[in-house]
Design a protein around this ligand. Structure first.
Ligand code: ADP
Ligand code: MG
Length: 248
């Protein structure tokens, strides 16, 4: 296993006009190449703060992040954040434009992703004409367009109804695996975390520490939906449910 990211002793204090908010107390973990990791924890504990720091949108108060040389991180925001006045294709090209890397080869790669993942017929449509699930797929393709090694996903399915959440979970998982990416997903849904992850970090209430870490070993690892009926699923569910309902 090749370690691509090492997060050591992250601490984050937010300073507002009235007060200091200690969001992250002490967060350490490693990420290996090809892993799918979920971070789960109560609402407001600091999950999005961790991703924003990893994505370079926030600086930590202290602590260290070591990413392997030449490895690249790309952040998929909590809602799909597609621009309503741009077509799906233009939305997916946005990151490349911002990076000044919009050339024919990269554009062809994006069109290839759109075709491969069922959006070929929709690339000239506007986001409002797509279902929630299709928009999430488009947002993921936009994130993949800049060829990251590590994807950060902040509650990617939280805006969808239960039924769509299950099937979009399968879709996103398949795309991430087929494209050979490493991923860190934030969620507050225990089932989602177990069904998709190789490893789960359970955070405490704010100020967050990593209170438990689980390697998810299933009898018969398959698609996320199938994984929910695995023999070991409910065992992990009970344990994590217990962790999240402890008083600290
Ligand atoms: P989560 O994603 O786990 O729900 P967040 O990382 O968004 O939690 O927030 C963690 C804590 O930090 C919350 O208590 C939140 O109120 C606080 N917080 C987040 N952003 C800011 C900010 N810009 N200024 C002050 N406090 C913030
Ligand atoms: Mg959040």
């Amino acid at each position: 296993m090749k370690k691509i990211l090492e997060v050591s002793n992250l601490k984050k204090i937010y300073y507002t006009e009235k007060e200091e908010v200690l969001s992250l107390k002490d967060i350490s973990f490693n990420v290996n190449e090809g892993e799918f990791i979920s971070i789960i924890g109560p609402s407001g504990c600091g999950k999005s703060t961790i991703l924003s720091i990893l994505g370079g949108l926030l600086t930590p108060t202290s602590g260290n992040i070591a990413l392997l040389n030449h490895y690249k991180i790309s952040y998929m925001l909590q809602d799909d954040a597609l621009l309503p006045f741009c077509t799906i294709l233009d939305n997916c090209l946005l990151g490349l434009k911002i990076e000044g890397k919009l050339n024919k080869k990269n554009k062809d790669y994006v069109i290839h992703l759109l075709n491969t993942y069922g959006l070929g017929d929709f690339m000239n449509q506007y986001p409002e004409n797509l279902s929630g699930g299709m928009r999430q797929r488009a947002a993921l393709i936009r994130t993949l367009a800049v060829k990251p090694d590590l994807l950060l996903l902040d509650e990617p399915m939280s805006a969808l109804d239960y039924q769509s959440r299950l099937s979009i979970g399968d879709d996103l998982y398949r795309i991430i695996k087929e494209e050979g990416k490493t991923a860190i997903m934030v969620t507050h849904d225990i089932g989602e975390a177990i069904s998709m992850s190789d490893r789960i970090l359970v955070l405490s209430k704010r100020p967050a520490i990593v209170k438990k870490e689980y390697d998810i070993v299933l009898e018969n690892k398959s698609t996320p939906i199938q994984n929910r009926s695995d023999k070991n699923f409910s065992n992990y569910f009970q344990k994590i449910w217990g962790d999240l309902n402890e008083k600290n």
